[in-house]
Design a protein around this ligand. Structure first.
Ligand code: G3H
Ligand code: ZN
Length: 283
């Protein structure tokens, strides 16, 4: 069933676990995420990035998600990841998304607040949750590139003020994670995360979680992280499986036999993350 992101965030906050948010670009990725959620009896967030929307088209993304949610017995939220403008959010509202993220992190503080507030005014009356971002998460995700020099950590006092003034349902924080593949082990700023969690009750979101050691994820969740974004690890599982088929069976031309193993590999990644995040058996 399709539910509001707000419902998922609040249940997770109460239960002290996090729900995985996985990026979808095509049917196989979507099916592997939903099948893992069903197998684990876990709530799940499926989301389309800017590149994902461009690749599949908003109608396909919304249509596939609706069909998946109708068939599934677990709670599913459909989110736009790193929404870039108010207009894009309105489009997502019209297409039946149940969660939106507006990423105003590149804007000055007051402008980020104003944009996020404007988004809540259109999303909340429609029962749609709003995630915002404060501080700048580094790395590369599709067209969104934030260099290590431009990445800035979230200020705890600003986070509290931001949450109160915008009435957002979840806040993405920059505490040392980055989008894409890590070169070296990421170091999370747990003191900052603890400070943020002391100053505000707003559910928190961890982006760039692919490649973050399990131990660090486990340590972060009790500070109020309710949503954890995973994209790169799905891409890697998909690509590795397809390459393996191409190497081992160079004459294979059946798309189902080429993409089937990729689906299985992504299923395993999602399933493992759900267990790690503590969302298994929470549906
Ligand atoms: O918004 C999407 C995520 O933050 C994904 O990050 O590609 O590092 O897993 P990742
Ligand atoms: Zn992200």
């Amino acid at each position: 069933m399709l539910v509001s992101g707000k419902e998922i965030f609040q249940e997770a906050k109460k239960g002290k676990y996090a729900v995985g948010a996985f990026n979808l670009n095509n049917m196989e990725i979507l099916q592997s995420i939903i099948e893992a959620a069903e197998a684990e009896k876990s709530p799940v967030i499926i989301q389309a990035s800017q590149g994902g929307l461009k690749y599949a088209g908003i109608e396909y993304v919304a249509g596939m998600a609706r069909i998946a949610a109708e068939k599934a017995s677990v709670p599913i939220a459909l989110n736009i990841d790193h929404g870039t403008s108010f207009e894009q959010i309105v489009q997502c509202v019209r297409h039946g998304f149940t969660a939106v993220m507006i990423d105003g992190s590149k804007l000055p503080f007051e402008e980020n607040i104003a944009l996020t507030k404007r988004v809540t005014e259109v999303a909340h009356p429609n029962g749609i949750s709003v995630e915002a971002e404060l501080g700048k998460i580094g790395g590369v995700e599709d067209d969104i590139v934030v260099s290590a020099r431009d990445a800035t950590f979230t200020d705890p006092d600003e986070a509290a003020e931001f949450a109160e003034r915008t009435n957002c349902d979840a806040l993405a924080v920059a505490i040392g994670t980055a989008h894409g593949v890590y070169h070296g082990e990421p170091k999370l700023d747990f003191e900052r995360l603890e400070e943020i969690s002391k100053k505000t009750d707003v559910p928190l979101v961890l982006h760039g979680a692919s490649g973050v050691p399990d131990e660090a994820i486990g340590r972060a969740i009790p500070y109020g992280i309710v949503k954890i974004n995973i994209d790169t690890e799905l891409r890697m599982a998909f690509a590795d499986a397809v390459k393996r088929v191409a190497t081992e069976k160079p004459d294979e031309i059946d798309p189902r036999k080429i993409l089937g193993p990729a689906k299985e590999a992504m299923f395993e990644v999602v399933r493992k993350k759900m267990r790690l995040f503590g969302s298994s058996n929470k549906a």
